[in-house]
Design a protein around this ligand. Structure first.
Ligand code: FAD
Length: 550
C-alpha cells in the first residue's frame, strides 16, 4: 500500500525507510519544486496531499513545523508510552456510508485495521452513571431509549425520536454525496449538478443548505426539546464535537452524529495501533521525504495576486508549480501573509475575513501512565464522559469550565498500543473551555501551582474510573493551553473556530492559495477536516478531471 505517484527529481533518496520519513530532519531532506506545497501535516493537510498525489497525480511537499506529524492527532513517546495528544473518538469508519476520512483512505488504497465498539460510559457528580449504548436492539428499537426513559422525564424518549426524524433530511450531504464531489470553489455546483443532482435538490431544500447551527432543531421553529435531561445531554454531546453548546453546533454535524450513533449496528471505530497508525498510513502513503518535519513556514510568497511558493524560518525558499494548501490554523495566516499584506489587495481582503473568525477556548490535558495490576479492563469502558459538576442544567452549566471531562482509556480497546508491560495509559481532557488568559504571563512557580490547582478536576475524573489512580501513577503530564499552543501551533491553544464564523470553503481570492482544516466548514473533527482537505485538493484540477476521478 505504499504505492506512490510522486513525480520527483532523481536526487530524491527513495531508499529511506518509513521511520526516517517520520523523523526526518528538515536539514537532511532534499528539496524539489512540487506542484503543490501543503503547509501543515494535520489530518486535513495529509488528506489533501494524499488526494493530490494518489488521485490527481500531482507532486506534493508537506512542510510541518513540529518534529512529529499529525497536528492535533499526533502521538508522542514518553517513557515507553505512546500518548495520544488529541482525538480518539471516531464514527463512520467501518460501515457504509463511510465518513470522508475513511473515503480518503480507501480511494488512496491506504489500509488500516479498525476496532469497533458499541458503548461508552457517562459519570455524573454523585451516584449518577449510565452507559451510552449505540445502535438498535433486535426489535429495531434504539438502545439509548432505555437510558432516556430511566434518566429523562416522561417526554424525553418521544422528543428524541422526533428529533431524529426532523433532522434526518440534514444527513443527506454526509450520507449521499461523496467527499470527492466537493471542491473549494463555486464550481462545486457543476460536480453536484452532473453527478449528484437528486441529492443537490434535497440539499437546497434545507434551511441554509444545511450549513446553519442546530438551534432551530432544539429551540424551534423546526423542533423543540423541552426535557431538561435530554437538553443537557445534547449540550454535552455537542460540546465535545464543537466546543460549543448544541444550539451553536453545526446542525449537519449534530444530525450526522445522532443518526450514526443510533442507527442499526451503530458503532464507534478506533484504528488498530492508535491514531499513530492513521497518521503513519497517511504519511507513508505519500512516499519518502514528502513530509518534511521541523520545517516551519515563515511566509507564503505572493506576487501579482498569485502564490509562488513559501519561505521557511531557516531562510530556505521553496517554489511551487501550481499553488499552496495551507492547513495551519486560520489565524496563523496573519503572520504567514504579512510580507504580502501591504502590496496585495486579495491578501488584505482574506486577512480581513479571517479577523472576524472567532476562536473557541482551549484545553487542559492530563496524560497518565498507570500500573494496571488488578485492574479488570472488562469492567471498564474505552471512553467516559465525566460531569464533575453534574450533567443536568442549562447550556452554560453543562459547558462550564472544568465540568465536562473526557477520559480516554484506549488500552481497553487495543492491546497492541505501545505501553510498558503491565501498564495502561489514560488521557483526561477538559475540552474547549479553558481560558488561555489565566495562563498568560505567569512566573514558573505560579504556572506550576496553576497546573496543580486546575489539574485536580482531571485527576478527580480519572479517579471516578480508577479510584486509586494516583497511587498507581508512574507518569503524569499536565498540558495547559500554553502546551497546546506550543506543540500544536494553535494560537491561544484554541480548539478551533466557532461555528458561526467558519469560512464556508477554502477558497481565498489569492491565486493558487487554498485553505483546509478545522477553520473551514464543517469545522472541528477528523472527518470534517478530511472533507476540507479533499475539497482543497480537488480545486487544483478541472471539474471534468475531478468528475472522472471517482
Ligand atoms: C484533545 C483533543 C481531542 C479531540 N478529540 C477528537 C475526537 O475524539 N474525534 C475527532 O474527530 N476530533 C477530535 N478532536 C478534533 C480534531 O483533532 C481536530 O479538529 C483536527 O485534528 C484538526 O486537524 P487540522 O488538519 O485542521 O489541523 P491541525 O491538527 O491543527 O494541524 C495543523 C498542522 O499545521 C502545522 N503548522 C502550523 N503552522 C505551521 C507553519 N507555519 N509551518 C508549518 N507547519 C505549521 C501544525 O504544527 C500542525 O501539525 C480533538 C482535538 C483535541 C485537541
Amino acid at each position: 500500500f505504499l504505492k506512490t505517484h510522486q513525480k520527483r527529481p532523481e536526487k530524491v533518496d527513495s531508499k529511506a525507510n518509513s521511520e526516517s520519513v517520520l523523523f526526518a530532519d528538515s536539514n537532511s531532506a532534499p528539496t524539489f519544486n512540487p506542484d503543490v506545497i501543503v503547509i501543515g501535516s494535520g489530518i486535513g493537510g495529509l488528506c489533501a496531499a494524499n488526494i493530490l498525489n494518489h488521485v490527481h497525480k500531482k507532486s506534493v511537499l508537506v512542510l510541518e513545523s513540529h518534529y512529529l506529524p499529525g497536528g492535533c492527532a499526533h502521538s508522542f513517546p514518553i517513557k515507553g508510552y505512546d500518548f495520544e495528544s488529541g482525538p480518539t473518538i471516531l464514527l463512520g469508519c467501518t460501515q457504509a456510508p463511510l465518513n470522508p476520512l475513511r473515503q480518503v483512505l480507501d480511494i488512496c488504497s491506504l489500509k488500516l485495521d479498525w476496532i469497533s465498539y458499541k458503548s461508552w460510559g457517562v459519570l455524573g457528580d454523585g451516584e449518577e452513571q449510565w452507559d451510552l449504548e449505540l445502535g438498535k436492539d433486535a426489535n429495531n428499537r434504539i438502545k439509548f431509549e432505555t437510558v432516556l426513559s430511566e434518566q429523562g422525564g416522561a417526554a424525553a424518549a418521544s422528543e428524541f425520536a422526533d428529533l431524529l426524524d426532523k433532522t434526518k433530511p440534514l444527513i443527506v450531504p454526509a450520507t449521499e454525496i461523496p467527499a470527492m464531489a466537493l471542491r473549494a470553489d463555486s464550481k462545486v455546483l457543476f460536480t453536484l449538478l452532473v453527478k449528484h443532482f437528486r441529492s443537490l435538490v434535497k440539499l437546497l431544500q434545507l434551511p441554509d443548505a444545511g450549513t446553519g447551527p442546530f438551534e432551530p432543531y432544539i429551540n424551534g421553529p423546526i423542533h423543540v426539546v423541552t426535557d431538561p435531561w435530554l437538553r443537557s445531554w445534547l449540550d454535552g454531546l455537542a460540546f465535545s464535537l464543537s466546543g460549543l453548546p448544541a444550539a451553536r453546533t453545526p446542525a449537519s454535524a449534530m444530525s450526522y452524529v445522532l443518526w450514526d450513533l443510533h442507527r442499526a449496528n451503530g458503532s464507534l471505530d478506533y484504528p488498530k495501533g492508535g491514531m499513530k497508525s492513521l497518521v503513519n498510513a497517511l504519511v507513508s502513503g505519500l512516499g519518502d521525504d514528502v513530509v518534511r518535519l521541523r520545517s516551519h513556514v515563515a511566509s507564503i510568497d505572493v506576487t501579482d495576486n498569485n502564490v509562488r511558493g513559501v519561505t521557511l524560518k531557516s531562510g530556505e525558499s521553496i517554489k511551487c508549480n501550481e499553488g499552496v494548501i495551507c492547513n495551519a490554523p486560520l489565524w496563523n495566516l496573519k503572520n504567514l501573509l504579512a510580507p504580502a499584506e501591504s502590496s496585495e489587495d486579495s491578501v488584505k481582503t482574506l486577512l480581513g475575513e479571517i479577523e472576524s473568525v472567532n476562536m473557541t477556548r482551549s484545553y487542559l490535558h492530563l496524560h497518565v501512565g498507570l500500573d494496571a495490576t488488578g485492574i479488570d479492563q472488562t469492567k471498564l469502558k474505552p471512553h467516559y464522559t465525566v460531569f464533575e459538576k453534574g450533567m443536568v442544567g442549562d447550556a452554560e452549566h453543562v459547558c462550564t469550565e472544568l465540568n465536562m471531562i473526557a477520559v480516554s482509556n484506549v488500552c481497553n480497546l487495543d492491546d497492541s498500543l505501545e505501553v510498558p508491560e503491565g501498564k495502561i495509559m489514560m488521557h483526561a481532557y477538559a475540552c474547549g473551555n479553558e481560558d488561555y488568559g489565566i495562563w498568560e504571563n505567569l512566573s514558573k512557580d505560579e504556572y506550576e501551582l496553576k497546573k496543580k490547582e486546575r489539574g485536580e478536576a482531571l485527576w478527580s475524573a480519572i479517579e471516578k474510573v480508577v479510584p486509586d489512580a494516583r497511587e498507581r501513577c508512574e507518569v503524569e503530564l499536565l498540558g495547559s493551553p500554553l502546551t497546546h499552543e506550543r506543540f500544536l501551533r494553535r494560537p491561544r491553544g484554541t480548539y478551533g473556530a466557532e461555528v458561526e464564523s467558519l469560512l464556508k470553503d477554502g477558497s481565498t481570492g489569492v491565486g493558487g492559495l487554498v485553505l483546509c482544516g478545522d477553520g473551514i466548514f464543517p469545522g472541528i473533527g477528523l472527518p470534517s477536516v478530511a472533507l476540507s482537505g479533499v475539497s482543497a485538493a480537488n480545486s487544483f484540477v478541472s471539474v471534468w478531471r475531478q468528475l472522472k476521478s471517482y
